[in-house]
Design a protein around this ligand. Structure first.
Ligand code: NDP
Length: 255
């Protein structure tokens, strides 16, 4: 195990470690994204909550405010249909509001079909690639100038075990996660030594969420970690403890 991986597992985030950082989380209304957004706010971050279901974003917003966190921002965006121009407009809004962005957690994804390639639906394939890959590229590209303005920015892409070793029937989801790892590596290499932006990927591992239940309907969800149990490596990668770490593919849980 690498030192970085061990640090990520063992990380205990100090109080206010994320203070004065503006961090955008996609898919912040539910599952892992929600748990990470709440913990980022608990550690002092100003969180931009991006997701497609306004009511879910509002519930997270209300919880952060009720816990005394910094005023979050909400960005209701459907990654399936948003076009590059929409992300440029968001970037302009964020620039006016915050000046710079200190972190992005690309967390939102969809599963698509669990089925052989031979039968995989064409339009499902395109939708999975749009949400899981293209949208992450559009958002990253639009926000790069704002990340460059930060003294210490971190981009985290969410991977999966099937994005590191392909497995039968995981179709577009697995391929999208390989593409995610590729985007992470290319971007990390481009930005290393010429910017303050680090770029890494994180595989959350089996976690009790709606997506997991969809993928494994017969599983006893009680045996799985809850999203709130696995946030430490996210705080590590998005906060100051990982400054200088880039191009790494990390796991949030021991396998
Ligand atoms: P969930 O399905 O529980 O949550 C996904 C989030 O993404 C939801 O908030 C959802 O919004 C949002 N989202 C989905 N589609 C869109 C869209 N078109 N536009 C905007 N937001 C969208 O998933 P998890 O929390 O389980 O997964 C989080 C990440 O972790 C994903 O990248 C997943 O691939 C990865 N992962 C998860 C594992 C697990 O065991 N849970 C294992 C390995 C990887 P809404 O709630 O409104 O639908």
């Amino acid at each position: 195990m690498t030192d970085v991986q061990q640090y990520a597992f063992d990380y205990q985030c100090p109080e206010q470690a994320l203070a004065n950082r503006v961090i955008l989380v996609t898919g912040a209304g539910d599952g892992i994204g929600k748990a990470v957004a709440l913990d980022l706010a608990r550690k002092g971050a100003t969180v931009i909550l991006l997701g497609r279901t306004q009511e879910k974003l509002e519930a997270v917003y209300d919880q952060i405010k009720a816990e005394g966190g910094a005023e979050p921002a909400m960005a209701p965006v459907n990654l399936e249909v948003a076009r590059p121009q929409d992300y440029e407009e968001l970037a302009n809004l964020f620039e006016k509001e915050f000046g710079c962005i200190d972190g992005i957690l690309h967390n939102a994804s969809i599963l698509g079909e669990i089925t052989p390639i031979e039968q995989y639906g064409y339009s499902t394939w395109e939708t999975v690639m749009q949400v899981n890959v293209n949208a992450a590229f559009y958002l990253t590209r639009a926000l790069l100038p704002l990340l460059m303005k930060s003294d210490d920015a971190s981009v985290v892409f969410t991977s999966s075990s099937v994005g590191r070793k392909g497995r039968a029937f995981w179709g577009a989801y697995a391929v999208s996660k390989f593409a995610t790892e590729g985007l992470m590596q290319v971007l990390a290499d481009e930005l290393e030594n010429v910017s303050n932006v680090r770029v890494n990927s994180l595989n959350p591992g089996a976690t009790r969420t709606a997506m997991r239940a969809l993928a494994y309907p017969a599983e006893d969800a009680g045996t799985l970690k809850a999203p709130s149990d696995i946030t430490a490596p996210y705080l590590y990668l998005l906060g100051p403890a990982s400054t200088g770490i880039t191009g790494q593919a990390i796991n949030a849980q021991p396998r």
